[in-house]
Design a protein around this ligand. Structure first.
Ligand SMILES: Nc1ncnc2c1ncn2[C@@H]1O[C@H](COP(=O)(O)OP(=O)(O)O)[C@@H](O)[C@H]1O
Ligand SMILES: [Mg+2]
Length: 150
């Protein structure tokens, strides 16, 4: 037993999950806005909302552009917001490359729409207190992001 046992550290509480539609650029961004509004309604401070919005938007866009659709789930604990963004798309071939600033496989059409700067994953990392990425060719990609409350 650790000293923390019995101290009431609640297991992460599942809040809500949102479906992300692959390739739907008209709806893109709506899930991250909904997640941010949910946390705003719960009363989270602005700096946390800002980080959640950045992480959720970049992850949502990657699922729209590369993942073929998926979902974003929000969990809360007394100390942390956890976002889990998952898809069952092609996976990320070279994660080390993908984490580098400026590296992107965006198509010319995506670039015309203003995407493909290759800053999404680096910005997710920058705005996370903890980031775990599970990805495998043909099996999809799952990001777990934790953002601590102040
Ligand atoms: N969910 C995903 N599924 C498959 N590949 C992905 C996914 N997310 C990111 N990638 C790959 O990682 C690269 C870098 O992503 P990111 O840093 O967000 O930049 P960008 O979205 O501008 O391409 C993408 O170009 C893509 O090749
Ligand atoms: Mg991106």
């Amino acid at each position: 037993m650790s000293a923390e046992d019995g101290q009431g550290e609640a297991a992460p509480e599942y809040l809500q999950s949102f479906t992300i539609v692959g390739g739907d650029f008209a709806a893109a961004g709506s899930v991250s806005i909904a997640a941010k509004n949910l946390l705003k309604a719960v009363g989270f401070p602005a700096p946390v909302l800002r980080r959640v919005a950045i992480v959720a938007f970049e992850a949502e866009m990657n699922v729209v552009m590369y993942g073929g659709g998926g979902e974003l789930a929000v969990y809360l604990s007394p100390t942390t917001v956890r976002l889990v963004i998952s898809d069952q798309g092609p996976g990320i071939g070279d994660l080390e490359l993908a984490m580098q600033e400026g590296w992107s496989t965006a198509t010319p059409q995506m670039r015309e729409m203003g995407f493909g700067a290759g800053m999404g994953l680096p910005n997710i990392k920058k705005n996370s207190d903890r980031l775990t990425i599970d990805t495998a060719p043909g099996k999809g990609t799952r990001l777990q992001v934790e953002i601590d409350l102040p």
